[in-house]
Design a protein around this ligand. Sequence first.
Ligand SMILES: Cc1cc2nc3c(=O)[nH]c(=O)nc-3n(C[C@H](O)[C@H](O)[C@H](O)COP(=O)(O)OP(=O)(O)OC[C@H]3O[C@@H](n4cnc5c(N)ncnc54)[C@H](O)[C@@H]3O)c2cc1C
Length: 412
Amino acid sequence: MAHGQHLAIAGAGAAGLFCAGVALALGHRVTLVEAMDAPGKKLAITGKGRCNLTNDCDADTFLKNIRHNPRFLHSAIAAFPPAAAMDWFQNRLGVPLKTERGRRVFPQSDDARDVVEALVRAAKGAEWLRGRVFAILTENGRATGFKLEDGRTVLADAVLVATGGLSYPGTGSTGGGYALAKQAGHTIVPAVPSLVAMVEQGGTARQMAGLAPRNVVLRLLQDGREVFAEQGEMLFTHFGVSGPLALSASAYLGDMEKHRYQVSVDWKPALTAEQLDARLLRDFGEAAARTAAHSLDKLLPSAARPVLLARWGVDAATRVNQITRRQRLALAGLLKDFRLDIAARGSLQHAVVTAGGVAVKQVNPKTMQSRLLPGLYFAGEVLDVDGYTGGYNLQIAWATAYAVAQAQADNG
Ligand SMILES: Cc1cc2nc3c(=O)[nH]c(=O)nc-3n(C[C@H](O)[C@H](O)[C@H](O)COP(=O)(O)OP(=O)(O)OC[C@H]3O[C@@H](n4cnc5c(N)ncnc54)[C@H](O)[C@@H]3O)c2cc1C
């Protein structure tokens, strides 16, 4: 291994911090340049402040959970799979971990700040600069350093752009890395929000704004065909649907100009349509004098009742013993398949991840080095790779950062 390579890193987020720690452990010299007043701002809010830092799955399962360009990640994940990340965090960085439902891995403390602090500790031996990288310096066809917005320069043997995507710009992700990549001739695949709320066409969700059912199945339908289905928690908002299920489903949205998308909510996932009908029949029989308006009392949260009643189309004052079989079946249908038309993705600013970024064809998948400008590397969300929810996006950051740190050994 060649010691003493000097690596300059733009961005002290998940990928930049991780790479710094690994590179230092391998005996390299590191300069970290961060635009914000503190490192790891986005990392500190991941997983609702608990940081779902990876997914305890094998490399194949991992790649199946990558939405764009899984093949590009093949080598990096083979070299640094989730098991290696877990080992690194527990045994090298001293962060005890636990695994929850869906193999999601969190720090035992349930505190994302512990992850940030451990990464910062591991990167202590780096030279830290507060500033915004503005240009890549080159000499003889190689990247040789950074120029900062305030005019300072950093000279190095290699440079890493780990500036993240475009979502949650308040954490520092303002897309500056795309401009740096463009300077070197890289193609940028247009940024699109992923893992984001969905905007409804029509005002149905608005009528239930604030309602967060905890045990529903949310399906996403593309031109009537199911492309996503999961059970869990969602949130109705003034503009559409959000919460964990909606965010996960949004990764399956394709070209919204070409396809029609609908969300279907199953309010009673524990019951089949037949079981639900039998229950309605029993409920209606037990309280024959109850009105249609009250027939939903035991079935739905109060905010949802008027909305479903209006869709059902049965007069609120109708007594349940007057409800026809057809009407009853229609109600069961609504409870199992309540549709909302989706008009758009929520905004990029509020997306959990940015899809799009530096086109992977122009990047070496083993080392993350630019194929256009030797000495220039990329890691993390700035690349055109993104995963579903479950810790996959941070694992992308760790694995690509690890590949960059390892590659420095071959540079000498
Ligand atoms: C609310 C939320 C929750 C999330 N939860 C999870 C989760 O639980 N699990 C998961 O796997 N993923 C999660 N993600 C996604 C995950 O946080 C990102 O994929 C990951 O942080 C990307 O790492 P990165 O290092 O590429 O970019 P970032 O972590 O965004 O870091 C980029 C850094 O670069 C700095 N920077 C930008 N431009 C410049 C410049 N020109 N010069 C110097 N510095 C610059 C920024 O200030 C920032 O510090 C979540 C995202 C959000 C928004």
